[in-house]
Design a binder for this molecule. Structure first.
Ligand code: BT5
Length: 330
């Protein structure tokens, strides 16, 4: 009901709406209207009230509140239910707990800051206020071995969203990052609960440095990180961006479910940061060095080594290497 009152005020923005009109339109008591208006004010909405005129929405909080994000969101599955709180340890952790309780596909968890945001392999993801830190619960019907492709599906969706909404020249760094130039603007962490031949759920965690200042980050991270605000020189509407991201993610996810990985693969190849570069990848216990030449039909990275051997990298960290001319000519 609270959201219906909010949406009513949004539609009538710029004019006062009487308590009586709201109560008639939505079928609740005047006291009920007043109670919900106060609760909206507590969330940070500025609602003016004038004794004979009624209520007018004059300011909205810059928070990723479900009431804000859901307004005008036209997805079918993704983000139909959004869990939000001002602070979480990690949205992936929260989403896994919700998925264990049986929450459906498309459930989104989002927060303003994480106190222990997770990267891959136990690494830390710095998550101050201003970013978009979210996780999506997915329950795909395919075999667990296909799950890693979802990281790439998400990367395509993020890259496209930042290109369309913020006009940034995004590139996908295999397997889980989105870059602007040589700096990371987004990282993705995919976690799964599965049996041998069946996925229980996948939690897809996406961290986008939206209105984040990376200056306070430790130098080794700061020098390789950027944010939308830093690229544009001004903050962006995080609510609009999250809405666009959920919409784009659903489109890309549905495309993947319908047509398989090939269209996703083509998008990654077209916007790849990694392909064509000289890379060093940890492969089992060894480091493989060579040129990243292709993404295969399963989303794996193909690296051609100095000896001309083709190595398929299924997962791992890709570091860039300076290709020295002596090695190259050897
Ligand atoms: C990732 O790991 O890039 C996955 C990050 C996923 C974060 C999201 S936020 C919502 C959801 N909930 C979570 O708890 N996590 C997910 P990885 O490829 O391992 O990269 C981690 C490395 O990125 C760190 O070791 C730092 O070097 C760097 N890093 C940390 N915070 C960063 C930031 N905010 N921006 C850019 N780089 C960062």
């Amino acid at each position: 009901m609270k959201n219906r009152i909010l949406y009513f005020l949004k539609e009538e923005r710029g004019t006062y709406v009487s308590g009586e009109e709201i109560s008639n339109r939505l079928g609740i008591s005047r006291a009920g209207v007043w109670k919900h208006i106060n609760s909206l004010r507590e969330e940070g909405y500025e609602i003016d009230s004038k004794s004979r005129l009624g209520y007018m929405l004059i300011g909205e909080p810059d928070l990723l509140l479900p009431s804000q994000v859901s307004y005008g969101l036209s997805t079918e599955v993704i983000g139909k239910v959004i869990h939000h709180s001002m602070e979480m340890v990690s949205t992936n952790r929260e989403a896994r707990a919700l998925a264990d309780e049986g929450k459906p596909e498309g459930t989104v968890v989002v927060t303003e800051r994480q106190t222990d945001g997770k990267g891959r392999l136990g690494r830390t993801w710095l998550s101050p206020p201003g970013g978009i830190w979210l996780s999506v619960i997915l329950r795909p019907g395919f075999q667990p071995l296909h799950a890693p492709k979802l990281t790439l599906v998400a990367a395509v969706a993020v890259a496209k969203t930042l290109r369309e909404e913020a006009h940034l020249d995004t590139k996908i760094k295999w397997p889980n990052d989105v870059y602007i130039g040589s700096r990371k603007i987004c990282g993705i962490l995919t976690e799964m609960s599965a049996e041998l031949d069946r996925i229980n759920y996948v939690v897809l965690g996406i961290g986008v440095n939206a209105n984040v200042d990376v200056a306070p980050f430790p130098p080794e991270i700061r020098d390789r990180a950027t944010s939308i605000m830093m690229e544009l020189g001004k903050p962006i509407s995080r609510v609009a961006l999250l809405r666009a991201l959920l919409t784009q993610f659903e489109r890309t996810y549905f495309l993947f479910l319908r047509e398989g990985f090939e269209p996703i693969r083509q998008e990654i190849k077209a916007d790849s940061y990694t392909l064509g570069r000289w890379v060093k990848v940890r492969h089992g216990k060894k480091d493989i060095e060579g040129e990243a030449v292709d993404i295969d039909k399963d989303g794996a990275l193909l690296v051609r080594t100095i000896e001309g051997r083709m190595v398929t990298i299924v997962s791992g960290d890709v570091g860039e290497e300076q290709k020295t001319s002596t090695i190259y000519n050897a």
